[in-house]
Design a binder for this molecule. Sequence first.
Ligand code: LAC
Length: 219
Amino acid sequence: MKPRALVFDAYGTLFDVHSVVVRAGSTIPGDLHALSILWRRKQLEYTWLRSLMERYEDFWNVTEAALRSAVAQLKIEASERQLDGLMQAFLTPSAFPDVKPALDALKGVPLAILSNGSPRMLESMVGGSGLASSFAEVISVDRVKIYKPSPRVYALAPEVLNVPREDIFFVSSNSWDVAGARAFGFKVCWCNRSQGNMEHLGFSADVTVSHLGEIAGYL
Ligand code: LAC
């Protein structure tokens, strides 16, 4: 496979969303693991619902609404200050440990990010991780004001990178994002970090790896 560009999903693929509650939730009473899982679940649900409703709000607002929904559902008593602490920490989730060496091994092919994140969130996260120089482009869904897996989102990558979709290798750990990207026409790598099952949506990955370091072996 000789792709002309590699495009990465951000949250869950390069950056660990669950690092946020671990780092900023320690003073919050309750089941923090459950909070982190439900927060992420709600965040994604709201992106899908808002896309269907045609009522886009950026990922920062969606993320805050999802947090408030999750704490209410779990009956967690968190103060405004504690919620704000979690939101601020969401601006700089930790990169997974395999990211930097994997990106370094992929030098030579243009790399980009295509993410639901708002431009401010992506700038803060990528800048804060010291990875900004690895990427030729960081592309936010905010340009088209709808969320993944809308094909309008995936279409941003060929447009911005000026590379045909079939020459793009898209990498995601989110199985539903893999299906969406494959349906659009990318070659797709599923980085199956959590050894989960593929969605039954009729589209599966071209390549499945368990960590990002394996990708270089397929190029
Ligand atoms: C993103 C979501 C899918 O980064 O995690 O686009």
